[in-house]
Structures are given as C-alpha cells and as structure tokens.
Design a protein around this ligand. Structure first.
Ligand SMILES: O=P(O)(O)OC[C@H]1O[C@H](OP(=O)(O)OP(=O)(O)O)[C@H](O)[C@@H]1O
Ligand SMILES: O=c1cc[nH]c(=O)[nH]1
Ligand SMILES: [Mg+2]
Length: 209
C-alpha cells in the first residue's frame, strides 16, 4: 500500500531536534514518544466509526460516534521500539502489546531473533509495528513475516526515519503494508546506518554505550 511521509510541521520540528549531536537520553526519549503519538494519529485516520446512542448531559438521548470493529495490537521491535510505545498508547490506551525481540548483527546486518510474545487473535487485529529506524529493512521484514504467519492481515508500520533501501525491501516483500515515517532519508552508509539518520536509536533511548 506504500509509504507515507508525515510532513506535519510539529513532526518535522521534533525530528530536527532529535538529529542534534549530543542530545540527552531524556530529550531523545521524549521526542521519540511525541512523534510516535503524531504518527499514530495519521496511521489511524481511516479507522471505522459506528453510531451509538447515549444519555447526554441534558437528559436527552443523543447519537455519538465510537470506534467500530477491529481491535489493535501495538508491536514494538526491541529494544528501540519501546521508545515509541508510550507515545502510541497515549492515543490507544486499551491496545494490547505484542513484543518482538530482534537485534541486527552488525557485521552481516541480518536480524537475529531472541524473543517474541504475541497477543491472541491476531487475525482480528490491526497491528501497529513500531521501531524508530527502518534501515536495510531486515528487522521489519522478519517482524512482518511473524505477524502474517500468525494470521495478521492489516499491518501498519510506524518509524521515525526510513532509508530508501529499507522501504523498497519491505514493500517488495510486503506490498500490502502501509509505512508511516517522519522522514525518508538519503541512504545507508557502509555500516548500514541511515544517513543523515539519528545514529543508534536503541543506544540513545536506553543510554547504553
Ligand atoms: O532495518 P535494519 O537494517 O534491520 O535495522 C534496523 C534495526 O536496527 C535497530 O535495532 P538494533 O539491532 O540496533 O537493536 P536495538 O534496538 O536493541 O538497539 C533498529 O531499532 C531496528 O530494529
Ligand atoms: O541508522 C541506524 C540503523 C540501524 N539502527 C539504528 O539504530 N540506526
Ligand atoms: Mg541498536
């Protein structure tokens, strides 16, 4: 279904702040969650509504809208995806959370799986996969494979920064998935890092290294 770069001024401003050298762990975490909230707003804009009647404040019965049908699972890719989780749950507080543990082998750039725990009835849920960085796309493709093997049919990907190489790889393997990103950056460097990118997002969120 393709790529959507969210050009909203607040998103672009906050992402610009994240790119600054020497940013504190506190600021990086806060901005990561704030952008995640704004990406969630965009990625849920086609959620269906239905009418229902309630007793209004004046004693009259009134018609209001409520979300219809499918439930949501948020899927953070460990570790760095955790840095977006609160931001998504701010808008969808009742969402169930499925966790995928992957790290990228820094030599081969291949994803290595070390944990997963999925909620039930994935075939009935919309999945919002969150990870700040979409670089080669290997980690995201592995996650999408796992979700589809478990029956998930409506999957949306939320990332802060994507590389063209990663977007192309994900959409080649999973053309039905929608990717929402705050930025489509220039390229990957020789070490597989996104340029200009954010550096190592997991390290910045967890304060490691
Ligand atoms: O598109 P790819 O080439 O697969 O790279 C992107 C992955 O790399 C980073 O995770 P990392 O392996 O650094 O793990 P971490 O979150 O534990 O730091 C990032 O958070 C993505 O999951
Ligand atoms: O640029 C990149 C690529 C992979 N992982 C990161 O954290 N940053
Ligand atoms: Mg990392």
């Amino acid at each position: 279904m393709g790529l959507q770069v969210i050009k909203h001024p607040l998103v672009q401003h906050k992402l610009g702040l994240m790119r600054k050298s020497g940013i504190s762990t506190k600021s990086f975490r806060e901005l990561s969650n704030e952008i995640a909230t704004l990406l969630t707003y965009e990625a849920t804009s086609d959620f269906l509504l239905e009418s229902t009647t309630i007793d209004g404040w004046s004693g009259n019965t009134i018609e209001v809208q409520q979300l219809k049908g499918k439930k949501v699972t948020v899927v953070p890719i460990l570790r760095a995806g955790i840095g977006m989780l609160d931001g998504v749950l701010n808008l969808i507080p009742s969402a169930k959370v499925s966790v995928v543990g992957l790290y990228r082998n820094e030599e081969t750039l291949e994803p290595v799986s070390y944990f997963d725990k999925f909620v039930s009835a994935l075939d009935e849920r919309i999945a919002l996969v969150i990870d700040p960085m979409l670089a080669t796309g290997g980690s995201m493709i592995a996650t999408l494979d796992m979700l589809k093997q478990r029956g998930c049919k409506d999957i949306r990907v939320l990332v802060l920064v994507a590389a063209p190489e990663g977007v192309e790889a994900v959409l080649a393997k999973h053309p039905d998935v929608r990717i929402f990103t705050a930025a489509l950056d220039s390229n990957l460097n020789d070490n597989g890092y996104i340029m200009p990118g954010l550096g190592d997002a997991g390290d910045k969120i967890f304060g490691t290294r």
